[in-house]
Design a protein around this ligand. Structure first.
Ligand code: PSU
Ligand code: MN
Length: 296
């Protein structure tokens, strides 16, 4: 299948320059318009300023795009009909000629196929609270695709201890970037330990090299805590999360709708405090990912 490459992506990949993949589900399903467009542009700028090339991945009219031109990014952010695409949804969007927004799992898969090794997102999916069989396909993908994913931990709406167990089962090494604790998205620590700590991009590059030399093909999960000035203490957000979870149960929300529903509820309940934290950690992750791409 032919992939469309943005002009910037084409040059950067051909010249083997540092490249950072960015996902698109957070644009269409994670943030409201027009904050989503501003954020998507801002993340691309942050990556460029850090010396790497941003490559936002999405499907437009059923075609895989590795990097979006400015007008394409704007169209995606304004689209109300984009399908949230995890791995299993990709063939559906392609066959039906739909716009598709890629989750962490689908973005990893496509980035890997395009030869991109580093990817920045907000928080990965994981095991849902009270629903231990609702396990995000992000975790499966991390177990089978050698892309380094920079995140602020798993989203706080999830069961974090079970999410770490599921990552261990899948052979995914969880790195704390400048921390010994697994971050909890809106707050810097979940109180749970990571597998190892890296304090600079070169240390992450060394882990990736060792993984490759061993012939392992799992992804690496690099967890950078939200910058301290933007942190929302777990104690002040836990009430909103509990209420959002109750609302989801009551409304019978299931499957791929669960995560967008919970994120929107928590954002509304915290009067957007969670949303501004979300933006701050996304920017931070883009910066860390660019530094890792440059160190490779
Ligand atoms: N992190 C955010 N906002 C989001 C997501 C992550 O800050 O919208 C998205 C990612 O694309 C992630 C997806 O892959 O939610 C997980 O969805 P699910 O739990 O249905 O696998
Ligand atoms: Mn799910």
């Amino acid at each position: 299948m032919n992939f469309h490459f943005s002009s910037e992506a084409k040059v950067a990949l051909a010249k083997r320059r540092p490249v950072v993949a960015l996902e698109s589900t957070l644009i269409t399903h994670g943030l409201p318009h027009p904050v989503n467009l501003e954020t998507a542009r801002r993340l691309e700028t942050v990556v460029r300023d850090a010396g790497a090339t941003p490559v936002t991945i999405a499907l437009l009219r059923g075609e895989v795009h590795i990097g979006l031109e400015a007008g394409e990014l704007e169209a995606l952010a304004g689209a109300t009909d984009a399908r949230k695409c995890s791995r299993r949804d990709l063939p559906i969007a392609v066959a039906k000629g739909e716009h598709g927004a890629t989750t962490v799992a689908a973005t990893m898969f496509l980035a890997h196929r395009a030869g991109i090794r580093v990817f920045a997102t907000g928080g990965i999916g994981g095991v849902h609270r009270g629903h231990p069989f609702d396990v995000s396909a992000d975790l499966e993908e991390l177990g089978r695709t050698p892309v380094t994913v920079v995140c602020a931990g798993a989203k706080a709406i999830l069961d974090l201890p079970l999410t770490l167990e599921a990552l261990e089962t899948r052979g995914v090494c969880v790195v704390g970037y400048g921390t010994d604790d697994f971050p909890a998205f809106y707050s810097r620590s979940s109180g749970l330990p990571v597998d190892t700590r890296c304090d600079c991009p070169e240390e992450v590059a060394a882990l990736m090299r060792a993984r490759d030399e061993l012939g392992l093909d799992a992804g690496l999960l690099v967890c950078a805590p939200i910058p301290v000035e933007h942190e929302v203490p777990a104690s002040s957000i836990e009430g909103a999360i509990a209420e959002a979870l109750r609302a989801a149960e009551e409304a019978g929300v299931r499957g791929k709708e669960v995560t967008p529903f919970l994120l929107a509820r928590v954002s509304a309940l915290t009067e957007r405090r969670s949303q501004s934290a979300n933006l701050a950690l996304l920017e931070n992750n883009a910066r860390v990912a660019a530094a890792i791409a440059c160190a490779l």
